[in-house]
Design a protein around this ligand. Structure first.
Ligand SMILES: C[S@@+](CC[C@H](N)C(=O)[O-])C[C@H]1O[C@@H](n2cnc3c(N)ncnc32)[C@H](O)[C@@H]1O
Length: 437
């Protein structure tokens, strides 16, 4: 029996994403571009994202239901995991259809005996009924509170423990709850365009939250594809725009050097604000994407591939340096559920060292009076408050004039952290900004 195309695509997406370390959207695009258009594409995407979002809870259930979970091969657990996701969350798919493809695939991959085991596990999931949709089931089975949180909120235990230690119980529960939500689609209207006001009026009724030119939309009307192609609109999460507003980007002195430009999300946010800006990134492909963005939006921004902060070929002094640094990305798990299964504590430590290096380089390039703006999309104090506190300790000529983080209960389900550091020109001993130890 051949496996239905949507499940085959799902398993391919998960293989590229989890075994070959592609990011989830790149893995989805790679698989879907070879597939025939149709509903299977949507189902495969839904299954891959959903499985990654709930993998921790599903693995916990498998741990309860398999007689030898540690000895069961990862591929069998993945097939069963996707099938359990279908049984628990996709009511429109008949149960027999799920059992049929999953049991047959397990048989094909291993043996008749293993097929019987798979059948037994999936039938036992069905027997558990509604209980598995309530936290009490996991509370009763888990050995302690962090293990319960890890199972119910489907997050790795190390991350739950880190958040409990860094942020306490209440905020940790809010962060964990957010990881299971689907974040809204964010857009930014290109206000340098003649069509901007018209587009703004058209979209206003679809916005669940907004600022002047940015919105979180409850739906994506077809006509927006054209608006994006014509450079009237950019997809950018609203939480990423809000952090720029909270850090008072409009008041940053120009010229601004965006030294970690990526695809240019912040670069063009600033350019549309009327700032003189130039940008670089270490990654050649991202610089190319940034150039395409520049063309698409009709905003000519100087862009460079640079191996470090010093190496940009602009013979001007920046008055603001923006560092939207590479980080562990633990604040955006609702959009990128794959990150929680790939990231390790060791990665976070390596990133802290890289961020420190980038900050120290940037400090050398900024004249007194200038601003250094530090941004992450993560939730670890080592990469956020403590990184800033330690920077100020090494560079007492800087003073932290603003520091902010998305609220734990944000309806946007994504978390950013940012700090504005002012080069005072003189060493200072007592630093403000309430960064705790
Ligand atoms: C968080 S992303 C930037 C996102 C971007 N600002 C946006 O809004 O779309 C961080 C970027 O830093 C770049 N990067 C990595 N190492 C770097 C380094 N040592 N110096 C400067 N940039 C670096 C990465 O290539 C990545 O594009």
């Amino acid at each position: 029996m051949s496996i239905p195309p949507a499940r085959s695509m799902t398993l391919d997406i998960l293989r590229y994403c989890l075994d070959q370390h592609q990011d989830i959207q790149a893995a989805v695009n790679r698989v879907l571009q070879k597939a025939a258009p149709g509903p299977d594409q949507g189902l495969a995407t839904e299954l891959a994202y959903g499985y990654l979002r709930y993998k921790g809870r599903i693995d916990f259930l498998l741990g309860q239901l398999l007689s030898k979970p540690a000895q069961t091969s990862p591929i069998i657990k993945r097939i069963l995991g996707v099938a359990i996701y279908e049984l628990l969350f996709l009511r429109r798919i008949p149960e027999y259809a799920t059992l049929n493809w999953a049991v047959n695939l397990v048989k094909q991959c291993t043996s008749q005996t293993m097929g019987k085991v798979a059948n037994g596990v999936l039938r036992n999931v069905l027997r558990l009924g509604q209980t598995v949709h309530y936290p009490d089931y996991y509370k009763a089975k888990a050995v302690d509170y962090p293990t319960y949180l890890a199972a119910w909120y489907a997050c790795p235990l190390w991350l739950v423990q880190l958040w409990l230690q860094d942020y306490g119980k209440e905020s940790t529960q809010a962060f964990l709850q957010s990881t299971l939500q689907t974040p809204p689609t964010g857009v930014r209207i290109n206000n340098t365009h003649l069509e901007a006001a018209k587009l703004h009026d058209k979209l206003r009724s679809l916005a669940t939250r907004s600022w002047e030119w940015g919105m979180a939309l409850k739906e994506w009307p077809e006509y927006l594809h054209l608006a994006v192609a014509q450079g009237h609109l950019t997809r950018q999460r609203l939480a990423a725009q809000e952090i720029m507003l909270e850090l008072k980007a409009a008041d940053w002195p120009s010229p601004v050097y965006d030294a970690c430009a990526g695809r240019g999300g912040k670069t063009f946010f600033l350019a549309e604000m009327g700032k003189e800006v130039w940008a670089s990134d270490t990654n050649t492909f991202r610089v190319q994407q940034c150039r395409q963005e520049s063309k698409r939006l009709g905003l000519p921004v100087p862009l460079f591939q640079a191996s470090g902060i010093k190496s940009y070929p602009v013979h001007k002094e920046p008055r603001t340096i923006l560092l939207d640094v590479p980080c562990s990305g633990l604040g955006v798990l609702s959009r990128r559920p794959d990150i929680k299964w790939k990231r390790t504590l060791a990665d976070c430590e390596q990133l802290v060292a890289l961020q420190r290096n980038i900050l120290d380089q940037a400090a050398q390039e900024l004249a007194p009076g200038g601003l250094l703006v530090y941004l992450t999309c993560t939730l670890t104090r080592q990469e956020n408050e403590l990184q800033v506190k330690r920077f100020i300790h090494r560079h007492p000529e800087f003073s932290c004039i603003r520091q902010t983080q998305s609220s734990p209960d944000t309806a946007l389900h994504e978390y950013f952290y940012g700090a504005v550091l002012h080069h005072t020109g003189r060493p200072k001993q007592n630093q403000n900004c309430s960064a705790e130890q």
